[in-house]
Design a protein around this ligand. Sequence first.
Ligand code: NOJ
Length: 517
Amino acid sequence: MNGQKYPGWLDNCVFYEIYPQSFKDSNADGIGDFQGIISKLDYIAALGCNAIWLNPCFESPFGDAGYDVSNYYRTAPRYGSNEDLKRLFDEVHKRGMHILLDLVPGHTSVEHEWFRRSKQAELNEYTDRYVWTDSVWKEPAGYASLRGISDRDGSCMVNFFSNQPALNYGYYRPDPNEPWQQSIQDAGPQGTIRAMMEIMRFWLQMGCDGFRVDMAGSLVKRDEDGKGTMQVWKQIRKFLDDEFPDAAMVSEWGEPAQSLQGGFHMDFLLHFGSSHYNDLFRCENPFFAGRGDVSEFVKKYTESRKKSAGKGLICIPSGNHDMERLSRAIKGDKLKIAFAFLLTMPGVPFIYYGDEIGMRYLEGLTSVEGGYGRTGSRSPMQWDHSTNAGFGNSPKDMLYIRQDESPDRPTAADQISDKNSLWNEIKRLIALRKEHTALQSWGEIEIICAEKNMYPLAYTRYDDSEKLLVVLNPSDKKAELRTAYEIKETIYSFGGGVPAGHGMLVLEPNSFGIYQI
Ligand code: NOJ
C-alpha cells in the first residue's frame, strides 16, 4: 500500500465481534469470560470467520461496559487473568485465526491512576496527560467538563460520559489566548502518544494481532477536518510498521477518507457520521427491509472509495454493541439478503455475535453498565436449549443482562441443524467469498444499478481472475435488471433469482443471485 507495510491476512478476512460479557460464561457467575470464548472458537471457525474483535476486557469500574479503562495493562478479573487472555491468543492462532483487542485511546476512567495523579495540585508526570483548563471557572469551549473534583485549579474535558476524562493529544490550532491549550508536538500530548504506543506494544508482544480503536477520530481537539488526529495516527502507524508490520488497525471513525489517509488499515461505516449506513438497515424505511432507498448510500460509498483508493479498506458491519440488532427491522429471508450484501462487498465484513442466528433486540431493558438503549443488543448469546440457553450455569437472576425469554428465541444449535437457516446461509456465503478472490477485501466493485427508491441493487466484483455480478432484491415485488453483460453461469442463487434470456435478469421477490459474467 503506497510503499507502506500491510498485514496481508486482511486480504481474505471475515471478522466476528465478541462482546465478552455476553458470549459464554464458563464459571457460572452470570458473565462471559475468556475460557468461555476459548470453548466457542470452533463454533466461530465453523461459520467461516477467521478473525475476532474482542470488546474491552481490561480493568474498569464498568461505568461504560469497559470503555472506561482503569488499567490498560491488566485484564478485568471477571474475564480471567492476563495469562488466560494469552491462552486465548494462542488458541486463536492454533486455528489459523487472528484477534484484535479494543484500544480506548481517547479517555480513561476517572479511576485510572493517571487521572488521580493528574488531579493533584503539585506538578507531576501526569499533569498534562488530560485536557485541563487553567481555572475551575473556565470550561473548554464546545466540550463538557468535570469541575470541582480536584485540588488542581482547572476543569477537565470529558470525552464521552462524565466518568471518561479526555486524554490530551493537544489542539489542532491552539488558541494563543488560552495557554492551557497545547499543540500536538508539546510534551503532554507526545507523552500520551508514547503511553498509548507502550500499551499497544505490551499486548502485541503478548500475541494480539492489532486493535479496533475506539473513537479514533476524537483525539485532537478543535480539529474539524481530522488533520491533527490523522497526524497522530500516522505517527503511531510508523511505529507499527517498524515493529509490528503484521498488526492490523481498524478505526471507529466512520470517515474512511480521513482515517485511511491517517494510517488505519480499515475503517467502519457506522450508525453515525455521513455514510448513510443507516439507510440500509436502521431507519424508518431501511433498504433491506424492502421499502427503502439505497442511492444515497451508494453515492457516498463510491465517493469514499475514490478518496481512499488503495489506502485501506472500508468495513461494513452487520451491527455492533452500540446499534440496534440487525433483526429489529430486517426479518426472515430479507436478513439472508442483507448478509449476501455484507459478504459480497469489498473491505472486511464484521459480524456482530448473535446476528448470525438472528438474535433479537430486547425492548425495554433497564440500562446495564452504561448501555442505555444499547443494552437490548447486548444480551447473553443463545447457544442451545440447556440452562440459560447454554450461556452458562449461573442462577438466572445473576445473568449480566436478561436474556430473550420468548419460547421461539433462536439458538445456535437449532440454526446449525437446519440447512435453510440464516446461520447456514451465512456459512455458505463466507465459503463462496473464500473461493473467489474477486469477492474479497481488495476485489474491485462497480455499482451498476442503485436507482432512487428502486430495486434491485446490482454491482460487479472483479479482479484479474474473474468478474462476477451480484444482484439483490430484498423487496416483496419482482425486479428486473437489464445488463449488457453476458451471464455465463449462476454461481449462487437464493429465492429464485434466475437469468431470463440475454442481458435481462428477472428477480423474484426476496431473492438474490451471483453470476459469472
Ligand atoms: C464507542 C464504543 O463503541 C461505545 O460502546 C462507547 O460507549 C464509546 N465509544 C465511548 O468509549
